[in-house]
Design a protein. Sequence first.
Length: 78
Amino acid sequence: MRGSESQVVCDSCGRRVPRSKGIVYEKMVKYGTEPNSLSNVRFMTRRKVYYCISCAKHRGIFEKKAREAERHSANKFE
C-alpha cells in the first residue's frame, strides 16, 4: 500500500526518509572509564543508525552500484 511505510530519521542531517530508502549502518559503541583507551573498555554494543542517501554518500557508506560491481569484478581476477 502506498504511503504506509514507516519513516526513519537520518542520524546526520535529521531528514525523514522512508525505511526502504534509508541506509542502515551498524555502529560500534564502546563504553569505558577513559576516552580513546581500548584497554579499559567495559561494555561494547552495536547500534543501528539510519542515514539518508545523500549523507551516506558523503560519509562513504553508500556507493553507486556500478562502482561496487567494478570493485567486485576486479577482486575476482586477482
